[in-house]
Structure formats: C-alpha cells, structure tokens
Design a binder for this molecule. Sequence first.
Ligand SMILES: *Cc1c(COP(=O)(O)O)cnc(C)c1O
Length: 493
Amino acid sequence: MGLKYTSTRGDKKQYSASSAIICGLADDGGLFVPDHIPSLDVALSSLVGKGYKDIAYEVLKLFLDDYTEDELKDCINKAYDSKFDTDEFAPLVKKDGQYFLELFHGPTIAFKDMALSILPHLLTCALVKNHIDEKVVIMTATSGDTGKAALAAFANVKDTKIIVYYPKGGVSPIQERQMVTQIGDNTKVVGVTGNFDDCQTGVKKMFNDGALKDELASKGYRFSSANSINIGRLIPQVVYYVYSYVKMMEFGEIEEGSPLNFTVPTGNFGNILAAYYAKHMGVPIGKLVCASNINNVLYDFFETGTYDRNRDFILTSSPSMDILISSNLERLIYHSVGDDPQKNAALMKELTQTGKYTVDESARKVMDDFVGIYATEDQVFDTIRRYSKAGYVIDTHTAVAAYANLEYRKKDDTVSVVVSTASPYKFTANVLKAIDERFVSSDDFEMADKLCSISGVPIPGAISSLKDAKILHDTVCEVEEMKTTLKDWLGLA
Ligand SMILES: *Cc1c(COP(=O)(O)O)cnc(C)c1O
C-alpha cells in the first residue's frame, strides 16, 4: 500500500483510499486523513494547456493510489461529461478586474457537483475492488446543496440507496423543490424539524450506532457517506485549485512560483481544506481567505484560536454556510497539532462536552495560511449590487466571498481568485432583492425570468425543469425520529 489513510482520533487501523471511501468515517468517529500529502510529480508549467480531466488525473492518481490508471480515467470520464453545461467544467472568468472560479456548471448548479459527480463512480469501483457484496446506504445531512447533488449523483446507481436529511424551513424554496422532486427508486428525502447542525449530528450518531450497523448488516446493507467528510468528496475538490493555478499561468496573470490567493465561501470547511491540500502538494498558493456569513465561528477561531459554537444559530441568505460545527476543520486541527490523533481527539472531546476548545500557539502558526473575514447580510446584499452594476450577477454565497476578497485586498494585493459556489438562479429571491427590492415576487419562475433579463445568462435546465416536476417526497420528522424514519424506509423496523 502506498498512501495510507488513518483516523484523526487515534484508531491505528490503516486504510487504502478505496476502503476509506467506502467507510466514509473512521470507526472511532474520526475523519480519514492521508499519512502525508503527496507532492505533484509534474511541473505546473507542463500542465499549461491541459484540460480539467487531465489535471484531475494528475491529482487523483496521487491521493487515490490504489485505483488503476484505467479505473481512475473511467471514473473521471463518467463524471465530467455533458451533465455540465460547459466543457471547461470549472471556468475561470474575469469580471470587473477580479477572477471568479465558477464551480456551478454541473447538474444541480452548485459546487457540490464538482465532487459528487465522481463520488458514485469512485465508490462503486471501490466496492468491486474490495470484494464487497453488501449494498451501500448513503446517508447525508444537507444544508441545501449537498442533498440535491448527492441525490442526482446516486439516483438509480446499482447497489446503492440514498437518504437525505435537510432542515425543514432551513433551505431555499428552490433547494427544497429540487430535492423533493428527485426521481429514483433508491432515493429518500426527509425534512427534519431542526437546523442543519441537528441533521448533521443526527446522521453522525447513526453512523456511530453499533446496534444499527448490525441490523443493517443482517439485511445486507452498510452505511457510507456522501458528506464532505468522505475523502471521495474532498480529494476531487483539490483538482480545481491546481487547475486554477495552471489557468492563471496560461492567462499570463502569474508566473510559475508566484503566489495566488483564494477566497472561499466556507461552511463545513471542505472546499477551503481542499485548497490547503493543493498548497501542500506544492502549488504556490498564498493566503486562503476563509469567508463566513454572520455565523462567524470560523472568523473568531482564526482571530483568537478559540473555537466556540456556543452562540445562536442564525438563518441567513447564504444557507449553505449556516453552520456552527464545521466538520472538516477537524482535519486541519489534526494537521496543526503535528498529525497527533491524541491531541486532536482531546480537543474534539472538549467540543462535544463544552462546545468549545482552544488551540495553542504552535498550532496557530501552522494555520497561518488562513485569514478569516465575515460579511453581514447588508454587506452581502451590497456586494451583489456592486457586481451586478458591473455586469456580473453572483449568488449570495459567492457574494460573501467577494466581499471578503475586497476587504482582504485592502491590505494585500496579491493576485486572487474568488471561488464562486452557486449559480444566482439557485438563490433568485435574495439576489433580486439585493439588486432591486421591486423585482421580488412569490413566483420563483417569474423571478428566474427577471434574473435572465438582468444577467443575460440563460436559465439553467436545473431550474426550468423544476416547473413541471412532480413532488415525490413529503416525509417530515422530528430530530428524535431520524433513526426510525431510516429503519422504516429500509424495512428494518
Ligand atoms: C456547501 C456550500 C458552501 C460551503 O462549502 P464547505 O465545503 O461546506 O465549506 C458554500 N457555498 C455553497 C453554495 C455551498 O453549496
């Protein structure tokens, strides 16, 4: 075995990439981390002119090294195809003097498609490689975007079933409609009367429920996760940071070796952690600006070294970032304490017991690459208006990052890329409200037409097809009922 994956919490068992993808989460509740971050084995300059899929192969082969070349290329070809509305897959566009990396050209028009398009292929391939006959039950909590992207990716995939829990009332109307109209006999969508953290905690509990696992096994099932804690989600996200750097060289904006900053709208810390991994592969990335909305727990953390989730959870116009427990931060914490699982586990235990922890100075030094900045709702709306006037309409999540980027650039004018995570068509009401309050109506499709006339960008199929789509899921449950809902669906009750 080349690269090995182990738990962030001390379980010494070593996993290959494919088996870590199947398991999702380590048995002790920790996340899988690579024993080292592999270095790119080609010069960045040699990648200039290459397409997204070629660069994907160069990155994935290093992290997912127990897959053969044919297996990986097959997964890449199945993932990045006409499901995307551009053959660049991740276009890097310059608007009003600023580069934006548009990650929303996939089937559900949010960046989760970048990794979820490939995950089912990596997973089904992994099952065959590891001689596993059980059916996989994908269980996912969503703050809005992961759910639909995972449902679309796994619908009707052989030997898999997928159940998605979302906070009822905590996602946008379009996000909810996208999920509850999902086709596929193997899909289940459940609204939970709680917030995203409740959903995520509930799902994590079920993952760690030994008795439940045994019950599942007796029926020939096993759990896996499509959440960004799965390395099968995280690693494909590293690709577009390498790709961006290469493109910026191609555009003549940077020379090989000069720094490039990224500003990333952050929730669960998966996207920005992928950028950190790209940096440690040898891509000369400078600062990583971690942009938050007013649920600014990460901003406080980078400012003070104390992570404290004891605060009110606020519903904002960027719901996919309304998160107080950023799961993937655990991986950064683990790396920052010198890859020491005991130290990390102690901090995570504190988080569970008291809702907070503080890291020491040496750990903070390791995290020096990160800068936290947050945007208030007014600042988000102002930023949407500002770019709209310049002829570029961005969504609310991207606007959080665009604001943070403008703020950060006041002190450091290193060339930067704003990571754009959703199409404005996914958050139409708030985008229009920012541009001109009078454009808001109660009809989502009327608003989409309005947005089309303002932005000049055609309405994506992901939105227009919703108009006549039938509602196929109407299950709603309390937080305490998440488990029985699952068991009912699988016929285990
Ligand atoms: C999920 C999501 C985010 C947050 O990404 P993380 O990897 O969870 O930090 C930001 N914007 C949009 C539109 C998202 O869907």
